[in-house]
Design a protein around this ligand. Structure first.
Ligand code: SR1
Length: 361
């Protein structure tokens, strides 16, 4: 994309941050897009520990399938490579006991730092406590570590829900039947749920007529089946709040298969190249999503862990802000991939969150 067109895209996305003609949700672009040409040269020498490539950071994941988790891992791996760190990745594949065991093993193996990526508090907190007691620095993403010594990294989940729901409110005029997709126990979904509960109180015209949801290795197709049944049972539904991209993809499939795309609109969370394809295809009901760049969040997690290994100060709570991305904005700007989106939407890259002074930015 040519620079002039890029500027147009930024303005367009910031100003046309609406799904069906709703008021703008500015993206407040603040930083130049990352590129090798513009990368700032590091001014600080890396700590000696990092010189031999022997720093080991364990990444202990609860989930690994789906666009979000794949992009997140790609970002984490890219940052580990840039920082000359060995990233040792394990996944519970949705099995919380397996994740807890992997975490215990990372503690026993005396990793230099541990990143816990998702998980249920009751299954990971005991091993997190052991890591902290053993003096192993720990970053917890999207799970409450339960230990104040650990760094807790989140996306701003209340904002994610708020941005998507603002779009829903603008499109519906604040009234109508809605379907909600949610599974309790996942910290980001629980936080988004808090905002949804408040939203319903503040907007009594929006009536939740059904709640569905499942998280497994084929979330989208399972949600599609549930959404189909819920839509058939509730023909008055005009909006679906599906604040996880696998939920939104499943809901979109159901709406399209039932031929309801003109009537039912979807407000989601997260973004990927595949999601952009779903949002922008002709007749798509998925009109808005609030998202971070998952690869950027993975990078932040590794940066925070590396800083802790180096003995640097890191805020105990780190948050990556989301941006509202709309079907209209994507279509108008001709955006077809996350790479184009992040170039056009610089606020999605957050080099100042856990900045590593010895790394190029
Ligand atoms: C099952 S939890 C899924 C969420 O985790 C991350 O926070 C992503 O944003 C995704 O929506």
């Amino acid at each position: 994309m040519k620079p002039a067109r890029l500027l147009g895209v930024v303005a367009l996305l910031a100003l046309a941050g609406c799904s069906q003609g709703a008021p703008a949700t500015p993206a407040a672009p603040s930083a130049p897009p990352p590129s090798s040409a513009s990368a700032a040269a590091p001014t600080v020498t890396p700590p000696a520990t990092f010189a031999g490539g022997n720093v080991r950071i364990a990444l202990v994941r609860q989930l690994s399938s789906g666009d979000y988790f794949e992009q997140w891992l790609a970002g984490a791996q890219a940052e580990a490579k840039a920082l000359n760190v060995r990233l040792e990745v394990s996944s519970g594949d949705g099995n919380n006991d397996k994740q807890a065991l992997n975490l215990e093993q990372a503690v026993t193996a005396k990793s230099d730092a541990i990143i816990v990526d998702h998980g249920f508090a009751q299954t990971v907190q005991p091993a997190i406590k052991k890591a902290v007691t053993a003096g192993i620095p720990l970053v917890a993403f999207d799970v409450d570590p339960g230990s104040p010594q650990a760094v807790a990294l989140t996306q701003d989940d209340h904002k994610i829900a708020e941005q998507a729901l603002d779009a829903m409110k603008a499109d519906t005029g604040g009234s109508g039947e809605a379907l909600y997709v949610y599974v309790a126990g996942f910290a980001p979904l629980d936080r988004r749920n808090e905002t949804w509960e408040q939203f319903k109180k503040d907007n009594p015209g929006i009536k939740q007529v059904a709640r569905i949801g499942v998280v497994n290795s084929s979330t989208a197709s399972a949600v599609a089946d549930q959404a189909k049944a819920a839509l058939q049972a509730n023909p008055g539904v005009k909006a679906i709040f599906a604040p996880y991209d696998e939920f939104a993809k499943g809901a979109a499939l159901a709406v399209k298969e039932l031929g309801l795309a003109d009537k039912v609109k979807i407000y989601g969370a997260d973004i990927s190249t595949a999601d952009i394809g779903v949002m922008t295809e002709p007749g798509s009901p998925w009109v808005a999503t609030s998202a971070t760049d998952p690869a950027n969040v993975g990078r932040v997690a590794v940066r925070a862990a590396a800083l802790l290994v180096a003995g640097e100060n890191v805020d105990r709570e780190l948050s990556v802000p989301p941006s509202l991305i709309t079907q209209k904005g994507l279509r108008d700007a001709g955006i077809t991939s996350v790479e184009q989106l992040t170039r056009a939407f610089p606020a999605l890259t957050t080099p100042d969150v856990a900045r590593v002074p010895w790394a190029a930015s």
